[in-house]
Write a new protein. Structure first.
Length: 233
């Protein structure tokens, strides 16, 4: 079956151009011109990837992403009209997987779409292969169960975004070792990730808020100046 992409874009000409080119690449395409319609279609049709413009009528793309992330782990590629670091950071903080600044070439957009979908397939295959050889990590009051794809503190499940869980598992598997941001990007996000190392810092901050007693003075995820991070457990 063709992978399904939901395009959320209120500029009709751009929406039609994106739809035409993605259909030409063999993808099934749905479209939405505003945030609420995007949320309704995403929950109903369960797309494999969402292209999400930030500037939408009514509810903006940040809010749409935040709402979708409560229930869905679908990869989200955000489109922004400004080359603004604030937009990129906010997009990552609300759960976007990647971002692309307008104007962009159709070749680059298709490359990023393929990269995101490829990473999803790889993660699904890894999870399937690990089911027969899964591990449960007991790190004091923190437990990570690979089969259930969840983590708990004091037997209470943690509400982790998919990439937060992947990062936590990778850190736990390499506890005691200093891991550079580039190494983490390569292993958790993949070689073809188009973002930068600030993505790691954002996700580490989220994890600390969920697993540290005092996120301002972390005891589990330790920053090693000019080197990266070390997980203690």
């Amino acid at each position: 079956m063709a992978e399904k992409i939901l395009i959320v874009e209120d500029e009709l000409i751009l929406q039609e151009t994106l739809a035409y080119n993605l259909k030409h690449q063999g993808y099934e395409v749905e479209t939405a011109g505003d945030g609420q319609t995007a949320i309704d279609k995403a929950k109903q049709s369960k797309p494999d990837l969402i292209l999400l413009d930030i500037m939408l009528p009514g509810m903006d793309g940040f809010e749409v992403c935040r709402i979708l992330r409560k229930d869905m782990s679908v990869p989200i590629l955000m489109l922004t009209a400004r080359d603004d670091e604030i937009d990129r950071v906010v997009g990552l903080e609300v759960g976007a997987d990647d971002y692309l600044t307008k104007p962009f070439s159709m070749r680059e957009l298709i490359a990023r779409v393929r990269a995101l979908l490829r990473r999803v397939r790889l993660m699904q295959n890894m999870n399937q292969n690990n089911k027969s050889t899964h591990k449960i990590y007991h790190l004091n009051n923190l437990v990570i169960d690979e089969t259930r794809h969840e983590a708990m503190i004091n037997d209470e499940p943690l509400d982790l975004k998919p990439k937060e869980y992947d990062l936590l598992l990778y850190l736990a598997c390499h506890r005691g070792h200093v891991l550079s941001r580039e190494q983490i990007l390569k292993e958790v996000w993949g070689w073809d990730f188009f973002g930068d190392s600030r993505t790691i810092d954002v996700h580490v901050r989220w994890l600390r808020e969920k697993i540290e007693e005092n996120p301002a003075e972390p005891k589990r995820i330790i920053t090693i100046r000019s080197a990266g991070y070390r997980f203690e457990g």
